[in-house]
Design a protein. Structure first.
Length: 375
């Protein structure tokens, strides 16, 4: 292996129409060109490292046919205002790859690659595939075109920035539905503020929306509502549910960050029936609340019946008898629609428990009726 100025395995393939040595033209369709003037090819072994790659010596009018890295380890790769046909990185380690305002046919990053930051701001890209790789940050801010974007396999990724992403091509397709979570990185944060999508497929359980620290609440609200509308229109019900809960949490915290606002504005509606999106929870929670009240009634069933008589109790009852009558008593009180206040014998704590239980039962019955009506 010949080492020439650089320190990792990298090949830059450019169109030969732009280059010639002296008066002799190249005869092949493409020519391996050099990073520095006068050298045609760089091929370095996997043990080498490159601190920084600088292509300023190559004219910006040159089309780079192919950039490949296999087992490469480098600090930075920066290109701007370039036309690039193919970028294919496998098992690379890099801190920064910056390809801004470029026109690129295909980018493939895969096979356990590790990249801290990938910047593709303002670029036009036909296909971007990230497969079985670890990354901290991917930026597609103000991208002008992106026909295809795939995340596939085990992806360890912290965030993707789509801010001001406005691809108007109706053929544009973003598919994040084939990823597998990586331990320690269960959530990928998406910056979607000002973004505009046509086709977006994902399993949103791996994702969550994120916003800058200095965000405007109105802009955040618009971002949530736009994506919710998209999920709803495209029939992505599970994605809609998870995003809607995120939106309700944002609204709750935007209004007040007290524990009470969180408890009654977010946690309780979510726990009780998932903000109306998971109405089946009403059945489980109603049954659970009824059983809890019946269990409490076991300890003072006779006092309850003396204060508000609903069943006939024998003087002596077997423990199973107490359980049975407790369930019967609470069933009548909890699910009964009629309550005779005149029959209630006042006892400070017992009467309060009876009234609270009856009220809770009315609320549960109302929710159950709503569930039956809307099925």
């Amino acid at each position: 292996m010949i080492r020439i100025v650089a320190y990792f395995h990298l090949m830059i393939v450019c169109s030969n129409s732009m280059f010639a040595h002296g008066d002799q033209k190249k005869q092949n369709d493409s020519t391996l060109l050099t990073i520095t003037t006068g050298i045609e090819k760089i091929e370095l072994d996997n043990e080498d490292q490159l601190f920084e790659l600088n292509l300023t010596d190559i004219s910006s009018e040159v089309t780079l046919d192919n950039i490949e890295g296999d087992g490469s380890n480098f600090e930075r790769l920066e290109l701007s205002n370039r036309i690039i046909r193919t970028i294919n990185f496998r098992n690379i380690k890099a801190k920064v790859i910056r390809l801004e305002n470029c026109v690129i046919d295909e980018i493939i990053i895969g096979v356990d690659s590790e990249v801290d930051s990938l910047f593709l701001n303002g670029s036009e890209i036909k296909s971007l595939v990230i497969r079985n790789s670890h990354m901290n940050y991917v930026s597609l801010q103000e991208s002008k075109a992106l026909n295809q974007f795939f995340l596939q396999g085990k992806i360890g990724l912290n965030s993707i920035d789509f801010r001001s992403f406005n691809v108007k091509d109706t053929a544009s397709f973003i598919d994040f539905s084939e990823i597998e979570s990586v331990p320690g990185k269960d959530t990928i944060f998406l910056f979607f503020e000002g973004a505009n999508f046509r086709k977006l497929e994902m399993n949103y359980k791996h994702f969550s929306l994120a916003f800058p620290d200095n965000h405007n609440n109105d802009h955040v609200r618009v971002t949530y509502l736009k994506l919710l509308e998209f999920f709803n229109a495209s029939g992505q019900k599970n994605n809609y549910k998870k995003l809607f809960k995120e939106y309700k949490l944002f609204e709750t915290e935007a209004e007040s960050k007290t524990i009470w606002s969180y408890l009654f504005g977010y946690w309780l509606p979510d726990f009780w029936w998932g903000f109306g999106l998971e109405k089946y929870k009403v059945v489980y929670n109603t049954l659970g609340l009824y059983l809890v009240c019946s269990f409490i009634a076991l300890f003072f069933l006779r006092k309850l019946n003396d204060a508000y008589g609903l069943v006939s109790l024998k003087k002596k009852l077997h423990p199973l008898g107490y359980t049975y009558y407790s369930l019967v008593y609470m069933g009548i009180l909890f699910f009964g629609l009629k309550f005779e206040v005149s029959n209630l014998q006042f006892d400070k704590y017992i009467s309060l428990f009876i009234l609270i239980t009856y009220t809770a039962g009315l609320v549960c019955v109302a929710y159950l009726a709503n569930l039956v009506i809307t099925i």
